[in-house]
Ligand binder design. Sequence first.
Ligand SMILES: Nc1ncnc2c1ncn2[C@@H]1O[C@H](COP(=O)(O)OP(=O)(O)OP(=O)(O)O)[C@@H](O)[C@H]1O
Ligand SMILES: [Mg+2]
Length: 238
Amino acid sequence: MRQIGGIGRDITDERATAKRMEVLVAELQHRTRNLIAVVRSMADKTLRSSGDLLEFRSSFRERLDALSRVQGLFSRLKDGDRVTFDELIHTELAAHGVTKGQSGSTIVEGPADVRLRSTTVQTLAMALHELATNAVKYGALGQSSGQLMITWSLEPSGPGNKPWLHIDWRETGIVMQPPGSAPRGSGQGRELIEQALPYQLDAKTSYELLPDGVHCTISVPVSATTLEGNEHESSDPA
Ligand SMILES: Nc1ncnc2c1ncn2[C@@H]1O[C@H](COP(=O)(O)OP(=O)(O)OP(=O)(O)O)[C@@H](O)[C@H]1O
Ligand SMILES: [Mg+2]
């Protein structure tokens, strides 16, 4: 039963909640539109690079799945939280059958809790997806002699006085195509890393096909809150 009149209620909290909901809905609308644009561009690119519909179907599905994993990470965040790089890399590797803690031919090493900027997460996830897919198709996750080493480090004050994340993806023990051969597919993976990442994220990247495997480096500015989070975890005075 509702009681009307007589008792004054403090509605400050309710107002604040209503305002917050408004902000959240606006944010959600913005993200949804952004996501539709990303899916459209992904569809266009995959279509351009596919020989037939079957090829389109499998590449497009894989890319959509990668995008959906990122949304999953976002949806688990609590207020003020950020997706961290270790979450992102382990999620992507798990999707390709490499589980955390698994020893063997894959080494994954770097500081926990490098908090990514929300604008970085999606594109970086797609780049990791392209690297992992390539590793399955041509490299360390597909050849039994292959080794994959993914390491990363945090530079507290990099270019622009911002904290930067440096990622190093190195495959070894791979039987490569002869130097100078044309890409086996359309070359979208490499294009994303060499062109889209620097353009969209201010990233610095390198991508080399060495005689025994791929070597790719990606450096991106990360959330300034990363440093706050690391203060009590790191015993390294630097
Ligand atoms: N991990 C790897 N190991 C060995 N060779 C690789 C690896 N990654 C890429 N390559 C070589 O580099 C080429 C370019 O890779 P890229 O991802 O740009 O294109 P793709 O995989 O062939 O096509 P798409 O990514 O558009 O499906 C590949 O065709 C392959 O020959
Ligand atoms: Mg590829």
